[in-house]
Design a protein around this ligand. Structure first.
Ligand code: GTP
Ligand code: SPV
Ligand code: MN
Length: 616
């Protein structure tokens, strides 16, 4: 093995805690080499990865990677949060004992990087100078060069972020070991994969994957699980799976900031990259701040809630991304952007990529095209080459692109502003076929938190699960919950409750369908319309219609300029089906009763909705 002391010296790492951490883990995982990473190393590493065939070239200085075919999504049942106190066990956090979990992971990781390089990636999950910077520092150790390419795009990476710290020991220790993916017993009783956030020790130990949130530890494990735990313990902030946008009304000069949670693969990236519809484009602009994670806190100076995206890039779902649905995303992937594509289809002759929904039909000439598993399309039976059937898809449904925020054409000019931006509204968006209207605004903080806790979505491909089955996903944090749900609700009431000027809460749904499966709302760019109404409501320009479950727009209040939607469809999108809601309320009761020690305000909000539904 390399001499770690010498390598750390040469890399300019003086932080003795970082040095000790690297050496400890090098002894455990036994890599052949150690390399310290700065963002500037990307080009050299790309050349190395290409030479080794770990990634493939995509025309226009872009890159392609295929993950192991069984390793294509986060795995919730293999993900745990460990702490030193059994009282931290909640319903969704899969609590484990910290000591025991560390022991298990050390055993699994022992010698598991033999023959490989251990990359040392110092990173920052915030713009430099942010009030929460203290919670944003980390060092990932990984034995996958592909993970390094992702981290350089998704986080601010460099030795400078971990040097000369006020508290040099205060950084997240994030260890990723890929493991022998073919022999981990995946999906069997002997499955040895384990993705552990040892929250009370600010340590992340992920073993047995090289995909996405399982392996890029700054993002989900640090940015969400650990950050939400840190925010709770410090009583200072919230760390949420939220998108964050700015909407500017050129006519009034007002700029609004809206953030909100949608379960994985339910539209955050698309909303954040949204261009206003052509007919509204002269008046409004939408600016991108973040598409997956927001940290929220209250600024005591002005009494407002502030939000900040800790990430440096976007890891977006490729499926259905095209010129119509998301032109901004396509522009952020244009030649010259150095983006990475993962598990889409790849043409080995032309070095092009394709995914379902990129164009209505797959390329007519299948020559050179390989699917996400690496199989030549031309070797399939003719009827399965371009069938359009799910089981014949060219790209994996959870295939993704990785691009930096600077590549996103509508990124806000001040997206790196360390103070964050003041939040006007917090929205929750489910993925629901019926019942949930296009938008309903909520009257109070407890009602908003209650609504977030009862957010639901049909299962998506980003999380392994059955397609089409509705499940609750509180605040879109179910897979990332790190402490008990009752405390989580209390912490929300405490943080947002401390604001003198509170954001308005609302629930949205872009996914209502009619009986033959057609989306009733066109979605994507048109999603700005209900949000504009919400701002009108907040500022008293719209009144809306009171219903037992919130305030819905009067159809006349929605700006539908340039939009072709039938009155009947609009009526269905805004209709409250009270029978369906009553059934839902019973399910909610059961759902909430599974949470230990929920604050009384939340149950009160539930009872109020119930009473309104019953006394109509
Ligand atoms: P994660 O990165 O997994 O957290 O997902 P996300 O919430 O950012 O979801 P994303 O924006 O990538 O969208 C997921 C899928 O939903 C994509 O296939 C989109 O094309 C689709 N989608 C997004 N917005 C809309 C919409 O307004 N209407 C419809 N019908 N589909 C949408
Ligand atoms: C999600 O699944 O919500 C993601 C992708 O954002 S991953 O980073 O894989 O978790
Ligand atoms: Mn996500």
């Amino acid at each position: 093995m390399d001499n770690p002391e010498q390598i750390l010296d040469e890399a300019g790492i003086h932080n003795s805690y970082v040095r000790e951490y690297v050496q400890t883990w090098a002894q455990i995982t036994q890599p052949a080499k150690i390399e310290v990473i700065n963002a500037e190393d990307d080009d050299r590493l790309l050349a190395e990865s290409l030479a080794e065939g770990e990634i493939l070239p995509v025309e226009g200085d872009r890159y392609y990677s295929r993950s192991y075919w069984k390793d294509t999504a986060r795995s919730e049942e293999r993900t745990v949060v460990a702490t030193d106190s059994p009282a931290d066990a909640g319903l969704y956090n899969n609590w484990r004992d910290a000591e025991e979990t560390e022991k298990i992971q050390i055993e699994r990781m022992r010698g598991a990087s033999r023959g490989k390089t251990m990359y040392v990636i110092p990173y920052l999950m915030s713009p430099p100078g942010c009030p929460l910077e203290k919670y944003a520092r980390g060092v990932e150790l990984t034995d996958s060069r592909t993970v390094v390419h992702h981290m350089i795009r998704m986080a601010r990476v460099g030795v400078k972020y971990l040097e000369n710290l006020p508290d040099p020991d205060h950084f997240v220790r994030a260890v990723h070991v890929t493991g022998d993916l073919e022999n981990l017993g995946q999906g069997t009783a002997h499955d040895r994969r384990l993705f552990a956030t040892v929250a009370s020790r600010r340590t992340i130990l992920h073993f047995g994957s090289s995909y996405g949130g399982n392996a890029l530890l700054g993002k989900i494990a640090h940015g969400l699980r650990l950050a939400s735990y840190d925010g709770w313990v410090s009583k200072k902030f919230l760390g949420e799976q939220f998108m964050l946008i700015g909407i500017t009304d050129r006519k009034t000069g007002r700029k609004y900031h809206i953030c909100g949670g949608f379960p994985s693969a339910s539209g955050k990236t698309n909303l954040a990259m949204m261009l206003p519809p052509d007919a509204l484009g002269e008046r409004y602009t939408v600016e991108f701040y973040g598409d997956d994670i927001v940290w929220l806190w209250v600024n005591p100076d002005d009494g407002r809630v502030y939000g900040m995206n800790p990430e440096f890039g976007a890891f977006g779902v490729a499926k259905d991304t095209n010129e119509t649905t998301n032109p901004t995303a396509l522009a952020s992937l244009a030649p010259g952007t150095k983006v990475l594509f993962t598990n889409v289809a790849y043409n080995e002759n032309t070095h092009e990529v394709w995914w379902e929904g990129r164009t209505p039909e797959p390329p007519a000439d299948v020559t050179g095209w390989r699917d996400w598993k690496g199989q030549l399309i031309s070797e399939r039976p003719a009827e399965r080459q371009r069938s359009g059937a799910k089981e014949d898809s060219w790209a994996h449904p959870n295939s993704r692109f990785t691009t930096t925020l600077a590549n996103v054409p509508n990124v806000a000019p001040d997206f790196e502003r360390p103070e964050g931006v003041p939040i006007d509204a917090i929205i929750f968006g489910g993925r629901v076929r019926d019942r949930e209207p296009l938008i309903r605004a909520l009257r109070s903080l407890p009602e908003g938190v209650y609504d977030g806790l009862t957010l639901g979505a049909e299962a998506t491909f980003a999380a392994e699960g059955k397609d089409g089955v509705l499940r609750y996903d509180p605040m879109s944090m179910r897979p990332f919950m790190s402490y008990p749900e009752g405390e989580y609700a209390r912490h929300w009431l405490r943080i947002i409750g401390a604001a003198r000027h509170k954001p308005i809460f609302a629930h949205v749904n872009w996914f209502m369908r009619d009986t033959d499966g057609r989306f009733i709302w066109p979605g994507y760019r048109d999603n700005i319309r209900p949000l504009l109404w919400l701002m009108d409501l907040k500022e008293g320009r719209a009144k809306g219609v009171e219903t037992p479950v919130g305030i819905v727009p009067d159809p006349a209040e929605l700006n539908l300029t340039g939009m072709d939607i039938s009155a009947a469809d609009l009526e269905r999108l805004l209709h409250i089906d009270e029978a369906k809601w009553k059934t839902e309320m019973a399910r909610r009761e059961e759902h909430l009763s599974a949470f230990r020690d929920l604050p009384e305000e939340i149950m009160q909000a539930h009872r109020e909705v119930l009473a309104k539904l019953e006394h109509r």
